[in-house]
Design a protein around this ligand. Structure first.
Ligand code: NAD
Length: 479
C-alpha cells in the first residue's frame, strides 16, 4: 500500500521528525504481515511535544479568537471529509475493520470537527447574583496543555471527540495514538498541520509503556484524556494524581440490552446483534449482554442465532460483516475466554470466509445462550465477537441483572410501555440509556462516558467542552 505521507515521522511544534529510538512495525491484522513502520516516540519526544504545546499556548494558537479557532477546526473537518475514502482504506488496513465501518469513522471524525468548530465561540460564562456591592461572573478557560492517549479500536472517532473538543476550548494537544493503530492519527495530523498554528496539535506515536507513560506522568500536562483498558486507565490516573491534574477515563464495559415481551422484535433484532459484533466486538460500548424476558426468550435466541449463522468474518478490504481482531494477542485473549465457555450453550456461530488469509487474526462470532449472570463471560469485557444471552423473569430482575457488573457505560431497553421506559432510564447504571434503539447512530452531539469501572468524565456533545476547560469565578467589589 503506498502511503501519501511518511508514517515513520512524528509531529512536534509543526515540524515532522524521526524518533531517537527508531521505529515500530505496523501489521495488517487481515494478513498478519508488516507493511509499514511508525516512529517509536519516547520520553524525549514527549518532552519536546509538551514544550511545543506550551509555546503554542503562549503564542499564535493561544492568541486566536474563539471564532477563528472554530473556523480552523471546521476547515479541518472539511479536509477530513474530502479524504474520507483514503482515511477509510488506511484504517481498514491498519485496524482490520471492514471498509464501510472505517469510512463511517472517517466521517465521524469530520463531523466532530464540524460540531466542535461550531461550538468554539458558544461557550459562555454566567453572572451570579451575590452580595450588594459585588458583581460576580465566571470565565471558561482552557486547561493549557492536554494529553490524549487513544486506543486502537476507533482511532479516528476518539481523536475527533477528545482532540476536537480540547482544541475548540483553546488547549494545545499532545496526542499518543495506540502502537497497533497510528496511521490515521498520522494522516489526520498531516491535514491538521496544514491548518493549525505550529504546536497546537503534536503527535507522538510509540509504545504505551514508553511514550504513553511519559505523557501521563509529565508535569507540564494539565489534563489527560484516556480511552482503553481498566488497568492502564488506573495507571494513567495514578500518574496524573502525582501532578494533581484531572483525568477523563473511558474504560469500556459489559453493556446490556433488555428486551421485554412487548418489544417490537423486528426493530430490535438488527440492533441486538449489530452493536455486538461491530468492529469484531472490539467496541467499548458493545452490546455484550442480551437480557430477554422469559416469555419471548426462546424466540429471541432463535432469531439471533439465525442472524449469527449468516455472519462472515473476512479481510477488511473485502468489507464483510466483521474483520479480524487487531492482533494475535487480542485473538489469544478472546480464545482464552471462549476456552472457559465449557458447559455453556453455543446457540450459533458465524463463519470465517474461505479467502481469509491464514496469518490474519480471525475469530468466528459466537452467540452463547443461558449464560449464568455470575459467569466470567457474563461479567468481564471480552472485546471480541461474543455475545451472551440470558433470561429474566420480571422488571426487577432485569434491572438487577443489567446493573450486576462492575461496569456502567451504555444500556438499551426494548419495550412499548412508556412508563417502564422511564423507570428503566432512571434505574439503569450507565452513562447512556437508549430506549427502543442502541447507539442512536453514534451521536456526536450526545454526552458519553461511564460510571463505575467504565470510567468517569464525559466526552462528546457540548458537555465535553466543560471537561476540557476550567471555570474561573471573578468577584468584583465595587461598592
Ligand atoms: P491499553 O489500555 O493498554 O492501551 C490503550 C492506550 O494506552 C494505547 O495508546 C497504549 O499505548 C496506551 N498505554 C498502554 N500502557 C500505558 C501506560 N502505562 N501509560 C500510558 N499509556 C499507556 O489497551 P490494550 O492493551 O491495547 O488492550 C487491552 C484491553 O483493553 C482489551 O482487551 C480491551 O478489553 C481493553 N480496551 C478497551 C478499549 C475501550 O474503548 N474502552 C479500547 C482498547 C482496549
Amino acid at each position: 500500500m503506498s502511503l501519501w505521507f511518511d508514517p515513520a515521522e512524528l509531529l512536534i511544534g509543526g515540524v515532522w521528525r524521526t524518533a531517537a529510538a527508531g521505529t515500530l512495525p505496523v501489521e495488517d491484522p487481515s494478513t498478519g504481515e508488516a507493511f509499514a513502520a511508525i516512529a517509536r516516540g519516547g520520553a524525549a519526544e514527549i518532552e519536546a511535544a509538551v514544550a511545543a504545546a506550551q509555546a503554542a499556548r503562549a503564542g499564535d494558537w493561544g492568541a486566536l479568537a474563539p471564532a477563528e479557532r472554530g473556523r480552523l477546526l471546521s476547515r479541518l473537518g472539511r479536509m477530513v471529509e474530502d479524504r474520507a475514502d483514503d482515511l477509510a482504506r488506511l484504517e481498514a488496513r491498519d485496524v482490520g475493520k471492514p471498509l464501510r465501518q472505517a469510512r463511517a469513522d472517517a466521517l465521524a471524525l469530520a463531523r466532530y470537527l464540524e460540531f466542535y468548530g461550531g461550538a468554539a465561540d458558544k461557550v459562555t460564562g454566567e453572572t451570579i447574583p451575590y452580595l450588594p456591592g459585588y458583581t460576580v461572573f465566571t470565565l471558561r478557560e482552557p486547561h493549557g496543555v492536554t494529553g490524549h492517549i487513544v486506543p486502537w479500536n476507533y482511532p479516528m472517532q476518539i481523536i475527533g471527540r477528545s482532540v476536537g473538543a480540547a482544541l475548540a476550548m483553546g488547549n494545545a494537544c499532545v496526542l499518543k495514538p495506540a502502537e497497533q493503530a497510528s496511521l490515521t492519527a498520522l494522516a489526520f495530523a498531516r491535514l491538521a498541520a496544514e491548518v493549525l498554528p505550529p504546536g497546537a496539535l503534536n503527535l507522538v506515536p510509540g509504545l504505551g509503556a514508553e511514550a504513553g507513560a511519559a505523557l501521563a506522568a509529565h508535569p507540564g500536562v494539565q489534563h489527560l484524556s484516556f480511552t482503553g483498558s481498566v488497568a492502564t486507565g488506573a495507571a494513567v490516573q495514578a500518574a496524573a494524581a502525582r501532578n494533581v491534574v484531572p483525568v477523563t477515563l473511558e474504560l469500556g464495559g459489559k453493556s446490556p440490552q433488555l428486551v421485554f415481551a412487548d418489544a417490537d422484535l423486528d426493530a430490535a433484532l438488527p440492533q441486538l446483534v449489530g452493536p455486538g459484533i461491530q468492529n469484531a466486538g472490539q467496541t467499548c460500548s458493545a452490546a455484550a449482554r442480551i437480557l430477554v424476558e422469559r416469555a419471548i426468550y426462546p424466540e429471541v435466541v432463535a432469531r439471533m442465532a439465525g442472524v449469527y449463522r449468516g455472519l462472515v468474518a473476512g479481510p477488511a478490504l473485502a468489507d464483510r460483516d466483521l474483520g479480524p481482531l487487531i492482533s494475535a494477542r487480542q485473538k489469544a485473549v478472546v480464545e482464552g475466554y471462549l476456552a472457559r465457555a465449557g458447559g455453556l450453550r453455543v446457540a450459533a456461530r458465524g463463519q470465517i470466509a474461505a479467502d481469509a488469509p491464514a496469518g490474519g487474526h480471525y475469530v468466528a462470532p459466537v452467540l452463547l445462550a443461558d449464560v449464568p449472570p455470575d459467569h466470567v463471560l457474563a461479567q468481564e469485557e471480552i472485546f471480541g465477537p461474543v455475545q451472551v444471552v440470558m433470561p429474566f423473569a420480571d422488571e426487577a430482575e432485569a434491572i438487577r441483572l443489567a446493573n450486576g457488573t462492575p461496569y456502567g457505560l451504555v444500556a438499551g431497553v426494548w419495550t412499548r410501555d412508556g412508563a417502564r421506559q422511564l423507570r428503566l432510564a432512571r434505574a439503569l447504571r450507565a452513562g447512556q440509556v437508549f430506549l427502543n434503539s442502541y447507539g442512536a447512530g453514534g451521536g456526536v452531539e450526545l454526552p458519553f462516558g461511564g460510571v463505575g469501572r467504565s470510567g468517569h468524565g464525559r466526552e462528546k456533545g457540548f458537555e465535553a467542552l466543560m471537561g476540557f476547560s476550567a471555570l474561573k469565578t471573578v468577584a468584583a467589589r465595587h461598592g
